[in-house]
Design a protein around this ligand. Structure first.
Ligand SMILES: Cc1cc2nc3c(=O)[nH]c(=O)nc-3n(C[C@H](O)[C@H](O)[C@H](O)COP(=O)(O)O)c2cc1C
Length: 187
């Protein structure tokens, strides 16, 4: 079977891409705006180690306004990206609910956070690892539904129990296959 992408609907393209480019890591992003905002994003990938950058594509709310995470990154220029341990699956999914900007997912869903690096949003308590990022570039795809944002990594946090001087970390984090979730294990 060969499929011409030009003949596909957005939903079909999403299904194909999200079930073929797997697994997709989940960026559990904390930003600061009207309220402390937490939301997961899986159109997320490492982009380069020089400069150290990641890319995340963020869409709009049903009313057409930017999702709070996108709005907050554009205005504050900062984001803290937490990796998600399996025990946090339920809270991570809870935090994907679309809430008004003034309501914090941290408060509504009882997600504990703690300040780790001054000048950046807090980490989610219990995250195994996190990146503290500055807005580097907004990518113009020439229209479309999502806005890809390039974030430059300024600082890194790793839970001491995973830390290894040679950086041989074995993080137990979850990722996405299509709409489902998976654990990442070495072969
Ligand atoms: C695992 C997971 C991955 C998601 N990935 C994305 C994504 O890559 N881009 C996006 O725009 N929304 C994604 N969403 C939906 C957002 O999390 C959701 O729209 C959320 O309400 C955005 O919150 P905010 O308005 O506080 O930023 C994802 C949801 C889940 C559960």
């Amino acid at each position: 079977m060969k499929i011409d992408f030009a003949n596909l609907s957005l939903k079909e393209r999403y299904k194909i891409m999200s079930r073929t480019i797997i697994p997709r890591p989940i960026a559990w992003i904390v930003t600061e705006g009207e309220a402390l905002n937490i939301a997961p994003f899986s159109y997320f990938m490492a982009l380069s180690s020089e400069p150290p950058t990641v890319i995340v594509s963020i869409g709009h709310k049903k009313d057409g306004t930017p999702k709070d995470t996108l709005h907050n990154i554009i205005h504050s220029k900062k984001a803290t990206i937490c990796m998600v341990r399996p025990e946090h699956l339920e809270k991570m999914v809870d935090s994907s609910e679309s809430l008004p900007a003034e309501i914090s997912e941290a408060q509504k869903f009882g997600i504990a956070t703690e300040r780790a690096i001054d000048g950046y949003p807090p980490i989610i308590t219990g995250t195994p690892a996190a990146f503290f990022c500055d807005l580097h570039q907004i990518v113009d795809l020439g229209g479309g539904k999502t806005i890809p944002i390039i974030l430059k990594i300024a600082h890194y946090y790793i839970d001491d129990s995973y830390y290894d001087e040679e950086y041989n970390f074995d993080l137990d984090v979850i990722a996405r296959i299509g709409k489902e979730y998976c654990r990442c294990e070495k072969l």
